[in-house]
Design a protein around this ligand. Structure first.
Ligand code: URA
Length: 431
């Protein structure tokens, strides 16, 4: 059967700065998924999109064309409203772990389809797999049942949602086109809209440890995604949050689960608690639930109960001890001073090199590996005080992890003041 369009015409139109027609967008996304448009043609088109952009209607059309290549889930039969959260990824970003059970304890169902870590940012599924027995793969029926019974599910996204995105993302990864804002926005939102959540809160990270290094880029990405969600009937808001410094005091799988449990028990580092509560309040508001303060649900233990039930429903044992690494190396302050900076990218890279992350899809990760911080920016330290502990099962990994940290940790003379950005920088909502 002959095709209604020609890939070269579509590439030329975008190369020359034009807009693609609805018919061109629908065809090129579908034809690429079917293998009719070749990888080299889609690479050229992705680069033309990166260089020349897309308007709001084009991005929406592209997103829906990607959704139509796969299945859509439907949570409308549940007895409670649904809300999901998506983070664009950062170092020490374990927020999904306490957030999902916390929001469930407030009466909103949370369907969290999560991924694995690649590069210097960790993946939620890798973190949860450090809980003994826990399994990431659920069928759609199991997911629905758990959402009804427990109110929160964190599981692997099946291959049925937006398969066009899977193929296109892999291509962008090797053609220098990951950073195109229309393509990032449509990639994330196609999966979230297909997942069927009623409300969505986006945590768009800004800083050295994030995809988006500047506030302007992060704001544009946030706006594009909020518009896409809103235009598709999903109540969507975004917070721009600081990823110049790692979140909390840990980066690494089991280390981050331990810190999340501390938050659920009413303790934990103040920045992790602040962001968990800020996102929870946004999710409740977006789902239309009022009169519940998530801070009360942390205090009264109901968020912890939901966490335990969420793990148990997926075979996990919440009482099993978390794995720890075999070897530890402590980095100490050489002199008295004030810790003025702690670069998120360096810490993420160090955790990755210690074995917490993978270089290629499918590699195993070490559950106990990672970096534990003993002082955050602003803290006064004395010579000899521990600054951070590095954990791994393989001691020959310490050297390269320490190299990653060399430029990341700065101790200034006493009296110096660190230049600290607020954790939540801005809120972006529909006009
Ligand atoms: N996450 C996604 O799912 N897609 C992107 O393009 C970037 C981050």
């Amino acid at each position: 059967m002959s095709e209604p369009h020609d890939a070269v015409d579509v590439i030329r139109a975008k190369r020359d700065g034009g807009r693609l027609s609805d018919a061109q967008v629908d065809w090129v996304v579908d034809a690429y998924t079917r293998g009719v448009v070749a990888d080299e043609q889609m690479s050229a088109l992705a680069m033309a999109i990166l260089l020349n952009g897309m308007d709001r209607a084009e991005i929406a059309r592209w997103t829906h064309a990607m959704i139509r290549t796969g299945e859509r889930m439907d949570f409308s039969g549940l007895s409670r409203p649904t809300a999901d959260k998506h983070s664009t990824g950062g170092v020490g970003d374990k927020i999904t772990l306490p957030l999902a059970p916390l929001v469930a304890a407030c009466g909103v169902a949370v369907p969290q389809l999560s991924g694995r870590g690649l590069g210097h940012t960790g993946g939620t599924l890798d973190k949860l797999e450090s809980v003994r027995g826990w399994r990431a793969a659920l069928s759609n029926e199991e997911m629905l049942r758990q959402l009804d019974d427990v109110g929160a599910v964190i599981c692997a996204a099946g291959s049925g949602l937006a398969p066009a995105d899977k193929k296109l993302y892999a291509l962008r990864d090797v053609t220098g086109t990951v950073e195109a804002i229309p393509l990032i926005a449509s990639s994330i939102m196609s999966k979230k809209i297909a997942e069927g959540t009623g409300a969505l809160v986006l945590d768009v990270k800004v800083g050295s440890g994030a995809f988006m290094k500047t506030e302007d880029d992060a704001r544009e990405l946030a706006r594009t995604m909020v518009e896409l969600g809103t235009d598709s009937g999903v109540t969507t808001v975004a917070l721009l949050t600081n990823m110049q410094t790692p979140l909390g005091l840990t980066a690494g799988n089991a280390l981050e689960v331990r810190e999340s449990v501390e938050v659920l028990a009413g303790g934990g580092p103040p920045d992790v608690v602040e962001l968990t509560l800020a996102l929870a309040r946004e999710m409740l508001a977006a789902a239309g639930v009022t009169g519940v303060d998530p801070a009360d649900r942390l205090r009264d233990g109901s968020a912890m109960d939901a966490w335990r039930r969420m793990l148990q429903a997926q075979g996990g044992d919440p009482d099993a001890p978390l794995p720890t690494a075999r070897e530890t190396h402590v980095v100490r302050a050489e002199a008295d001073g004030v810790r003025t900076s702690l670069d998120a990218y360096g810490v993420g890279l160090a955790a990755w090199r210690l074995g917490a992350g993978r270089a290629r899809q499918g590699e195993p990760v070490q559950a106990g590996a990672g970096v534990e911080l003993h002082a955050k920016p602003g803290a006064t330290v004395r010579g000899g005080d521990p600054l951070m502990s590095l954990h791994t099962d393989e001691p020959d990994r310490f050297e390269r992890a320490l190299e990653a940290l060399q430029e990341s940790v700065f101790i200034a003379p006493e009296g110096s003041r660190p230049d600290l950005l607020p954790l939540v920088i801005e809120r972006v909502a529909a006009d």
